[in-house]
Design a protein around this ligand. Structure first.
Ligand code: NDP
Length: 334
């Protein structure tokens, strides 16, 4: 296999390049900065399928007119425990940036609150929203549907999205415990990266166009992904559909698929974010109690805590090696 060519960029270069591309392609200041921060944070943490790699898709949706680069999300907090945000056909990061402080305030006062986001286009990782809450001492849960890419357990036809779910648990003075995962065996972004880099996929990732299992990423892109863990992952994906579409009133994945213009960017959909105060629910001992639990867990041989890989990357402020071909694609959007 040929060596993949890379170019070194600083984190501020990554942020500035993103800002220029988003601004040049129709984003106003608030949307461009919210998106660039998301791209920067993904590259900083090594969430490579959701950083610079996503920019061509974001730009395709700005250029096709599907997504509004000047969208101003509108917040309705007339119900104390339910924050509703209408994203007004913009990308999710600015709606989240505006809405999350309302959500955390409500959960801090009431013990639990939810935020439903509608009319947005989510193309990022979900840990930024759950970590925002954990950094305020709250438990965060977030999920969103997409468009059909995953065959539910037993089926051969795509019906679910890759339907990610993220959970973050606060640790005062430390990085939170966070998982953020697609409910498919692999996220589509990772399959695309494997296809680009000539890597084979792990068993159980997907079916080819003929409905047969395959390890070839190019065949899976033409076929369907499978849920992680068979019928169990399929059940969690079903829950994500119901929470992020049934409960928000926005698109189920199949509805998003029917309406999307397939411009290469994300489909329109909803997101549900839940915030819970452990202090108000479990009482003041919550922190010591859970730190003791994590300490015991970490004593087990072979254990790795979800989120640890990203958080370790975060403390490295040095240059990042970026795939040169992908970087050129991003620069060509200027
Ligand atoms: P991964 O399978 O890479 O990782 C899932 C989680 O498991 C991470 O929290 C990771 O922690 C943790 N983890 C990985 N390996 C181990 C291990 N050996 N032991 C313990 N924990 C481990 O993620 P996915 O490929 O499923 O998803 C990638 C991203 O795609 C997510 O951020 C998701 O939000 C995003 N996505 C977004 C969509 C959208 O519509 N916006 C659609 C689908 C996916 P760590 O991070 O530290 O490695």
């Amino acid at each position: 296999m040929s060596e993949i060519e890379t170019e070194e960029l600083s984190l501020s270069d990554i942020y500035n390049l993103s800002l220029k591309v988003f601004t040049k392609n129709g984003c106003n200041g608030n949307n461009a900065t919210a998106l660039s921060k998301i791209v920067h944070d993904a590259e900083r943490d090594g969430s490579l399928s959701h950083g610079l790699f996503r920019i061509p898709g974001y730009v395709a949706s700005l250029r096709s007119g599907k997504v509004k680069g000047d969208a101003e999300p509108v917040i309705d907090n007339s119900l104390p425990s339910v924050i509703s945000i209408d994203g007004n056909y913009g990308f999710a990061p600015y709606a989240l940036e505006k809405g999350l402080p309302y959500l955390s305030n409500s959960a801090e006062q009431l013990g639990i609150a939810i935020m439903k986001i509608t009319n947005t286009f989510h193309f990022a990782a979900l840990w930024p929203e759950t970590e925002f809450l954990a950094n305020k001492g709250l438990v965060g849960i977030a999920c969103t549907a997409a468009k059909p890419m995953v065959a539910p357990a037993g089926a051969k036809k795509a019906f679910f999205g890759t339907n990610p779910i993220s959970f973050a648990w606060p640790r005062i003075g430390e990085t939170p415990i966070v998982f953020d995962m697609a409910t498919s065996r692999l996220a589509m972004g990772d399959v695309q990266i494997a296809a680009r880099d000539g890597h084979q996929l792990p068993d159980g990732t997907g079916l080819g166009p003929n409905g047969e299992p395959t390890n070839n990423p190019k065949d899976v892109i033409k076929g369907v992904l499978l849920p992680f863990g068979g019928y169990k992952g399929s059940a969690i994906s079903l829950m994500v559909e119901l929470l992020s579409a049934g409960l928000t009133g926005d698109n189920f994945s199949y509805e998003a698929g029917e309406k999307d213009n397939n411009d290469g960017g994300p489909p329109k959909g909803g997101e549900l974010v839940i915030a819970i105060s452990p202090k108000l629910v479990a009482g003041n001992n919550w922190e010591k109690h859970t730190l003791d639990f994590i300490k015991k867990l970490k004593e087990l041989e072979g254990i790795r805590i979800p989120g640890e890989r990203r958080h370790k990357n975060r403390f490295n402020t040095g240059l990042r090696k970026i795939n040169k071909e992908m970087l050129q694609k991003v620069r060509n959007l200027l």
